[in-house]
Design a protein around this ligand. Structure first.
Ligand code: DGT
Ligand code: MG
Ligand code: MG
Ligand code: MG
Ligand code: MG
Length: 269
């Protein structure tokens, strides 16, 4: 086919291939969710509906797109880890980032009403995305540990802060002042002595965030078969093994999770 004289503009496209054999991570973060949360009356410090909606969207991303082995989310962010060997879209970073962001954002709007029955969506939310490459399993584990440590630090702060305001009667600036320079031990102590809350008993989803992994499940269905030359139909049970995206609220920093889910890092050579 003859090429038009305009064809040369294609050469302006730059190569953004992700290095082979490196883990590809795409992290999304809600744009200006401080304001979005206020305007949609998210409960403080954690809104169950908002967290579950985020996870529903991440599940859609994992099911719709190729090669995601684990996702991790907290607050208004979600990280997606693609297999080292993935050759999806020839490993072009822009394809990974834009497909994840657009699938997630459209899911957020699509599933909104399933989680927020009493709150209309007031304007279209946006999410930024970035691609990060990690060469080793240790780097990847450290990345996920970093996000989970961030979840813990923020949640501990927010839990004490909002208890001081909602139950302790402090203004937000007084609570801020009281917490300035405190270590995590001090915050645990305030929660325990002033509000009788043992932080370790707070819900795991808030303390650990949400990891999405593939789990094999056996699906048993009834199937009607007709034997040849026989008039009678027969019902039999058929077991099918299927992979299903499953949310977990557990520690990702220690060894246990990685031993239990050794298949995630297996793709290693
Ligand atoms: P950005 O990401 O630079 O566009 O700005 P923000 O405002 O999204 O900032 P970010 O991502 O650092 O912080 C997340 C904000 O989302 C934070 O201000 C609190 C809000 N947020 C997230 N989850 C919840 C929730 O469950 N309840 C409430 N009340 N707020 C939440
Ligand atoms: Mg930010
Ligand atoms: Mg944000
Ligand atoms: Mg954020
Ligand atoms: Mg196209």
């Amino acid at each position: 086919m003859a090429k038009s004289k305009f064809e040369y503009v294609r050469n302006f496209e730059v190569d953004d291939t992700c290095l082979r054999n490196w883990w590809i991570v795409v992290r999304l973060d809600g744009r200006n969710f401080h304001k979005f949360a206020e305007q949609h009356s998210f409960t403080k410090p954690n809104d169950e509906r908002a967290l579950n909606l985020m996870t529903r969207c991440a599940q859609a991303v994992m099911e719709e797109l190729e090669d995601i082995v684990i996702a991790y989310g907290q607050s208004d962010e979600y990280s997606f880890v693609f297999q080292k060997k993935s050759n999806w879209f020839k490993r072009r970073a822009s394809k990974f980032m834009t497909h994840v962001a657009s699938q997630f954002a459209s899911s957020y709007v699509f599933y909104w009403k399933d989680y927020f029955q009493d709150q209309t969506l007031l304007y279209p939310p946006g999410f930024d995305g970035r691609v990060i490459l990690y060469p080793s399993n240790q780097n990847l584990r450290d990345y996920l540990s970093w996000r989970q440590a961030d979840c813990h630090i923020n949640n501990l702060f927010n839990t004490v802060f909002w208890n001081l305001v909602q139950k302790g009667g402090l203004t937000t600036s007084q609570a801020e002042e009281k917490l300035r320079g405190t270590l995590s031990g001090d915050k645990n102590e305030i929660l325990f002595s002033e509000f009788n809350i043992n932080y370790n008993n707070e819900p795991l989803i808030h303390r650990k965030g949400t990891a999405l992994v593939w789990k094999k499940i056996d699906e048993i269905t009834m199937k009607t078969i007709k034997l040849t030359n026989e008039e009678k139909e027969k019902e039999i049970l058929v077991t099918r093994t299927r992979k299903k995206v499953t949310p977990l609220h557990c520690d990702l920093i220690g060894e246990e999770f990685w031993e239990e889910h050794s298949e995630i890092l297996e793709d290693d050579s």
